[in-house]
Design a protein around this ligand. Structure first.
Ligand code: SAM
Length: 418
């Protein structure tokens, strides 16, 4: 059963991380004139109204785009993302938030192709309506529509991605952003990537994932590091210490296979700022790590010589109210006095193929001990119950086409739709 609706979660801190990275990936792809194919395996509705019932049920956008909206000191790369959202809200009031298909539509060029997949019938319809309205608007303005360069399909994105690879232009950016409502999603992501890399080893694949206490989540990033991609980059954003009852989504990551060389320095510039602005307490932090595949021996590298400390202190002291963490019973809360992150060790022969050095930094500027990808800040995108998926959708119509509110369903964490 499909219960996840992104409308309940649109604009939260996980969306900020994901869409900011997505914008940067498009900017990199746009550096060459040659067309590329953008594949969105889990598209959602495309545009979300932050005025909707779904968005306001838990007001998750207040953990993400809300605090950023009026910031005037935003680092330039983050401003590219913020400007895109402001462009959807010309009145200056924060009313609409883009989904990944909308980000792609805005960031790609006329020659690029968008291949969008969505399994939920209602969200798929809203997505199609949004693009229809956009086309009608463009026609009114005398602009060319993308026509067949945008394809929206009601179907299984994991399955459909395979048939599109390699793309005609041999250039592709793939976003994989499942609800993780079911444990199987973690395995399906890995299996799909295994197949995709076999067909198209040079594609850029960006995978969003929740950082939760559940085993699948804890092992997920480490498993992605073993995929046969030449290089990988992993960034996580944690906005708060998990609460004792283990609900809520406080931490998420973007894992990029074959990342552009431009991305890491940009993350180093922007992540401390995001921690400062979105951080709720001393548990707020980011991590950046990267690695390369080395046949026969593991290799891991620190992303830089020294961890770059985030700027400033967490602004708020209170944890996300009403959302729990997904910490398992018996697991301890993060400590403020964790040791500095050790330098990455060279991987040993016979060890994992892709070593994964980690760099973590807290909002107060103190480097922290590396944590396991799974350990502390668990939260579902929508604060759903522990094993529910980590994202909670909010439904919301898009401005171009105000999508109807999602009907029923639970969010990634078990949050109900409407
Ligand atoms: N990528 C979107 C964004 O950033 O705006 C959000 C996507 S939302 C987190 C996940 C979506 O995947 C949901 O709309 C859900 O209905 C859809 N979904 C779940 N399983 C799917 C599958 N196997 N194939 C395609 N879509 C799926």
């Amino acid at each position: 059963m499909l219960s996840y609706r992104h409308a309940f979660h649109a604009g939260n801190h996980a969306d900020v991380l994901k869409h900011f990275v997505q914008v940067q990936l498009h900017l990199y792809m746009n550096q060459k004139d040659a067309a590329y194919t953008y594949i969105d395996t889990h598209s959602g509705a495309g545009v979300y109204s932050l005025d909707s019932f779904q968005a306001n049920k838990t007001a998750e956008f207040e953990t993400g785009i809300g605090p950023l909206w009026n910031c005037t000191d935003v680092p330039a790369p983050l401003k590219e993302y913020l400007d895109l959202i402001k462009g959807m809200n010309p009145s200056g009031k924060m009313r609409y938030y883009p989904g990944s298909p909308w980000v792609a539509e805005q960031m790609s060029r006329e020659q690029d192709r968008l291949r969008l997949f969505e399994l939920h019938p209602a969200d798929c319809k809203i997505l199609a309506d949004n693009f229809r309205k956009l086309d009608a608007h463009k026609a009114e303005q005398g602009e060319r529509s993308r026509g067949r360069r945008v394809m929206i399909e009601h179907g299984d994105g994991f399955h459909s991605m395979k048939a599109l690879l390699p793309p005609p232009s041999r250039r592709a950016l793939v976003l994989i952003d499942p609800p993780y409502e079911i444990k199987d999603d973690y395995k399906r992501v890995r299996d799909a990537l295994d197949e995709a890399l076999a067909k198209f080893p040079s594609g850029i694949f960006a995978i969003w994932y929740p950082v939760l206490q559940r085993m699948e989540s804890r092992q997920f990033a480490d498993r992605l590091k073993r995929l046969p991609a030449k290089e990988w980059l992993n960034v996580t954003l944690t906005t708060a210490t998990p609460t004792p009852d283990g609900t809520g989504l406080h931490s998420s990551g973007m894992f990029i296979l074959n990342p552009p060389y431009t991305l890491e320095p940009i993350l180093r510039e922007v992540m401390p700022y995001l921690v400062r602005v979105l951080g709720k307490d001393a548990g707020a932090r980011f991590t950046i790590e990267k690695g390369a595949q080395v046949t026969g021996a593991a290799s891991g590298r620190m992303v830089g010589d020294t961890p770059r400390a985030p700027v400033g202190n967490a602004r708020r002291a209170s944890p996300l109210s009403g959302k729990g963490s997904l910490r398992l019973p018996g697991q301890s809360m993060p400590r403020a006095d964790e040791a500095p992150a050790p330098a990455a060790k060279p991987a040993r022969a016979g060890g994992p193929r892709n070593a994964t050095p980690r760099e973590t930094a807290s909002p107060d500027g103190a480097p922290r001990a590396p944590r396991s990808a799974t350990s502390r800040n668990a939260a579902s995108r929508d604060g759903a119950p522990r094993d529910a998926n980590p994202r909670t959708p909010r439904s919301s119509p898009a401005r171009p086409s105000a999508p109807g509110a999602p009907r029923n369903g639970r969010n990634r964490q078990g949050g109900r739709e409407g």
